[in-house]
Design a protein around this ligand. Structure first.
Ligand code: ARG
Length: 855
């Protein structure tokens, strides 16, 4: 597959941004806040009117006043002392400045530990008793661990506050305090406490509810890896409603590097789901959390985290009963970095955030001073950039950031360039105490200020792009500067009102490509009419009336009320034989047929990994990203064609792959081997890969080797495939399923990465778009039948190519399920302008597939 330009843009909704898209995994967990209003004490005074001679009124007023004060008194009592006592656990740490750390402090059963813990507890009690907002409400405290740094004691304290004091108390506990104990206490305890802080804790993680059998303390041995897992991993699921923690330590002066090797917990459903958290301390304190994880991650996702000192705490809270294997992790210690950043005096070089692509540690500052030869200017290109943190207001970089020439950069950004108009630049990187990310990888280059992009076009952002990409309707510069001030080519381009140039076939396709809607103006129908998918104008009264008036079903496709209608070739037929007026109702998570048949047989089209790797650049697919993709090898020739898995025993592929050619018997099933769960052609024996022989090849009887009409085949496996995280089936679209023009679809395969080039080792993916059938027919005159569909870009650039044939077109549909829209069939060259790829339309063959496979 050829994917040199995987995105287009231009300001409209088709501007997909860069590379992979991610949704933030962090949720704002703000709870509800209840407001309690107190009556102002002087409210009662309002009734103090004096009426001469009116003793009756006076008595009434006296009674009223007493009633009111009684009520006020009751309210005060009610709010202060009843109902509204709030139990709270605070987790914190404190430093004992004049104590020495003993090894025995690592073992909470040692006498040394117990003695020091008792002293700290008493000292805390004393400390709280001197603070009016805390003292009366303190119930209990306990020390959970000690670590080096003089001695750091980690503890929790339980309080029971009247609700109205909670905020003030929280504030008071979060303050750093240095405490010298009063003289009497000092006689007992020799120590001085510094930096005493505590923060409210997730009640589920409160020590009192901690499951003792699920609490572990591990100390790194030398520089060896230490492994730990959730209980029962990987054979049995981790316990339901568990509260587990792993306290990890290294020697004094070391830092820890923790990696989750396998991560598979319940999906992130917001509050109430299972959650793994990593803290940069030994107490589960929110402001020191490095990451919160849930769901599943592919093994290629970088889940390495660095601490800023010699301890880390990993916690697992499970609230669900769902069964998941849990995680496997390793950690080791390494010497603390003495400094980060550096001085560069050279024309070019690279640098990155500490431990890249692992997550950088919290609390660091690095500075790079870069100086290129005097007569040149310097630019810095960030090739990957991940400095994302939850709750950072858009456009502000208040937490982790990179600062260059007074501008701050943060969050997750596609590749970008910062240019300086001198020979020097200073790059500063800052990470705060919570949440860390994968950081950045950057290179710096020197350039001639009068010609920053020799032979190329210079984007306003400083990036250099091929001159041919200017004014082609696609935003190649992230700021669209390559598409500004263009003269559109009247032969195949439409001039938007805002002067962007767009291919003609995007005009009136229902998508605002220009960004100012000018490509969709004048396409509408007269008043009281609506526009069908095929452009026809019909009276509004014919919409959702149960009749297919448009002729393409589009007037019945999106009716707010799903109802049973007369069956046509555009309506979905339930098993009962009744039809519903909803487009693509299969497996969308909503029952549309009264008999539920639209939601039956829906074990398809889902990936096992809820997260996608944040692969730097390129279009390599990730492990488990396309679990239905199959590679078909022929004896002595290696990979020849692609296919897709639709059930444990059946594959869909292209008929033309199985036609005898130049004396070779491609039609013989015994010569083929199917690889399932494969990513890298050079690693066919990697774990998870399944090798299968073919029992049968069913080519479509109408396949025409000359026109490639009916280019579809069914392959039966000799043995059943076993579903796993990397082997799963795709959903088959119903005969009536529509993949509308303009829809983005993914094509995948190991085919040539360039016309006339060579195949790829790693499975490639490319995002392309459905082209409407009329445009398709006019671009490839006399060649396109109704069994075919064009998918690609008219400007070329992304396409399937030799060796991708037989592979699937994967379309993400309602409910996130992936349906196969087509089979890679043919094309004129690869990725050429105005020559999109042609695919076998899968929906046409739904009945034929059922006939042969029973599916
Ligand atoms: N027929 C080719 C094959 O055997 C697939 C060609 C697809 N070409 C394209 N430009 N979309 O692999």
């Amino acid at each position: 597959m050829k994917t040199n330009r995987a995105r287009k843009g231009g300001g409209g909704p088709k501007d997909f941004g860069a590379g992979l898209k991610y949704s933030s995994q962090h949720q704002n967990m703000n709870g509800l806040e209840e407001g309690v209003e107190f009556l102002p004490a002087n409210n009662t005074k309002k009734v103090e009117k004096r009426g001469p001679k009116c003793w009756v009124v006076l008595v009434a007023v006296v009674i009223g006043v007493s009633l009111l004060s009684l009520l006020a008194g009751f309210l005060v009592w009610h709010f202060q002392y009843r109902n509204v006592q709030v139990q709270m656990i605070f987790n914190g740490y404190l430093r004992l400045t004049n104590e020495k750390f003993l090894d025995a402090y690592e073992n909470s059963n040692s006498t040394e530990f117990v003695n020091l813990a008792t002293k700290v507890k008493e000292a805390l009690k004393l400390l709280y008793s001197g603070i009016p907002i805390l003292g009366p409400y303190h119930k209990e405290s306990a020390v959970t661990a000690f670590s080096e740094g003089s001695v750091i004691a980690y503890y929790w304290s339980e309080f029971s506050f009247p609700k109205r004091l909670v905020e003030e108390a929280e504030w008071s506990l979060a303050q750093e305090r240095a405490v010298t104990l009063p003289p009497r206490a000092r006689a007992h305890h020799s120590f001085v406490m510094a930096s005493v802080v505590a923060f409210p804790t997730d009640p589920r993680m409160a020590q009192t509810t901690l499951d003792n059998s699920c609490s572990f303390a591990l100390h790194a041995r030398g520089s060896e890896l230490t492994r730990f897992t959730t209980p029962g991993f990987p054979d049995s699921p981790y316990p339901a409603r568990a509260r587990c923690q792993w306290a990890l330590r290294g020697d004094a002066g070391a830092v820890l590097s923790l990696t989750f090797r396998s991560f598979h917990v319940a999906p992130c459903d917001g509050y109430g789901s299972d959650l793994v958290a990593v803290y940069n301390t030994l107490s589960p304190m929110e402001p020191h959390v490095l990451v919160q994880l849930c769901g599943t991650y592919p093994p290629s996702y970088n889940l390495t985290f660095l601490s800023s000192q010699n301890v880390l705490l990993v916690t697992l809270i499970t609230t669900t009963d769902r069964r998941h294997p849990g995680f496997e992790a390793t950690f080791f210690q390494l010497p603390k970095m003495s400094s980060c950043g550096g001085y560069f005096r050279q024309a070019q070089g690279t640098f990155s955030s500490p431990y890249h692509p692992g997550h950088y540690p919290p609390n660091i500052n690095c500075t790079w001073n870069i100086e290129v030869p005097d007569n040149r200017n310097v630019k810095v290109r960030f090739k990957s950039f991940y400095l994302a943190e939850p709750d950072v207001a858009l456009g502000t970089c208040t937490k982790d950031y990179v600062e260059i020439q007074g501008a701050r950069y943060c969050g997750q950004r596609p590749q970008f360039v910062v240019t300086s108009n001198s020979s020097r630049v200073t790059v500063h990187f800052h990470s705060d105490q919570s949440y860390t990310d994968m950081g950045f990888l950057a290179e710096f280059l020197s350039y001639d200020s009068s010609d920053p992009c020799p032979g190329m076009f210079t984007c306003k952002t400083g990036r250099c792009i091929r001159k041919g990409l200017r004014c082609d309707g696609w935003a190649d510069c992230t700021d669209h500067s390559d598409e500004l001030n263009c003269e559109c080519n009247p032969a195949h381009q439409f001039t938007c009102k805002n002067k962007f140039c767009k291919p003609f076939f995007w005009v009136c396709d229902g998508v605002n490509d220009c960004g100012d809607s000018s490509d969709e103006l004048g396409c509408s129908c007269p008043a009281q009419n609506f526009r069908c998918g095929n452009g026809k104008c019909l009276p509004k009264s014919q919409q959702c009336d149960g009749q297919d008036n448009c002729g393409d079903g589009s007037d019945e496709a999106t009716c707010s009320k799903v109802s049973t209608v007369t069956c046509t070739k555009h309506t979905y037929r339930c098993h009962s034989g009744l039809c519903v007026n909803k487009a693509n109702p299969e497996c969308d998570g909503k029952q549309d047929c009264a008999d539920g048949s639209d939601e039956k047989d829906c074990d398809c089209g889902l990936r096992s990994f809820s997260k996608q790797s944040r692969v730097v650049g390129g279009q390599d697919a990730d492990v488990g990203e396309w679990p239905w993709q199959v590679s078909l090898h022929v004896q002595g020739q290696g990979h020849v064609c692609g296919a897709s898995l639709i059930s444990p025993t059946w594959l869909v592929s292209a008929a033309h792959c199985y036609v005898d050619d130049r004396g070779f018997r491609y039609s013989d099933p015994t010569l083929w081997t199917a690889y399932l769960g494969l990513l890298d052609q050079s690693k066919r024996s990697a774990p998870g890969v399944q090798e299968h022989r073919l029992k049968r090849i069913i080519r479509h009887p109408s396949f025409n080797d000359f026109t490639y009409d009916y280019d579809i085949a069914l392959l039966e496996l000799e043995q059943r495939a076993e579903y796993s995280s990397v082997v799963r089936p795709v959903c088959l679209p119903d005969t009536t399923h529509v993949f509308p023009a303009g829809k983005a679809i993914w094509v995948t395969g190991w085919g040539h990465t360039k016309e006339g080039g060579t195949g790829a080792l790693i499975l490639q993916k490319g995002e392309i778009r459905v082209i409407n059938q009329t445009t398709c027919e006019s671009l490839l005159p006399q060649q396109v039948t109704t069994r075919m569909m064009c998918v690609g870009y008219l400007s070329g650039g992304v396409d399937a190519c030799q060796g991708d044939s037989g592979g699937p077109l994967s379309s993400v549909e309602a409910d996130g399920r992936i349906f196969q829209a087509g089979v890679v069939s043919w094309g004129e060259g690869c990725a050429r302008r105005d020559k999109p790829g042609v695919y076998t339309r899968l929906s046409v063959f739904r009945d034929w597939i059922k006939e042969h496979t029973g599916l």
